[in-house]
Write a protein that binds this ligand. Structure first.
Ligand code: FES
Length: 100
């Protein structure tokens, strides 16, 4: 497990998200009302980019066909069998880092 510095807190405003590539993994990072979360970026339906989706509260909506995931757990709201992996986000001062 390593800590990867990815951005400053000012880079992702509240209610926004962004995709980063770390260790050749695509990871979506969310600022859900000041709570920082991260999941695998790839939607389990047909590969949409969750980091390009719309974040409302804790729920990210895939931009392709609208599957929704809870960003705190990775659980898909449309399909109980589908769950994306989650990562720990660490915020220290203005630095946001991912544990991978
Ligand atoms: S690819 Fe995400 S809902 Fe279809």
């Amino acid at each position: 497990m390593a800590l990867h510095q990815i951005c400053k807190i000012s880079d992702i405003g509240e209610g926004q998200c962004k995709t980063f590539t770390v260790d050749s993994k695509q990871i979506a990072v969310y600022n859900a009302g000041g709570q920082w979360c991260a999941t695998e970026n790839t939607c389990l339906h047909k590969g949409g980019s969750l980091g390009s989706g719309k974040l409302e509260g804790n729920i990210i909506t895939c931009p392709l066909h609208g599957w929704q995931y809870d960003v705190t757990s990775g659980q898909c709201q449309n399909n109980p069998e589908a769950k994306v992996g989650t990562y720990k986000v660490q915020v220290e001062g203005d630095q946001v880092s991912l544990e991978i």
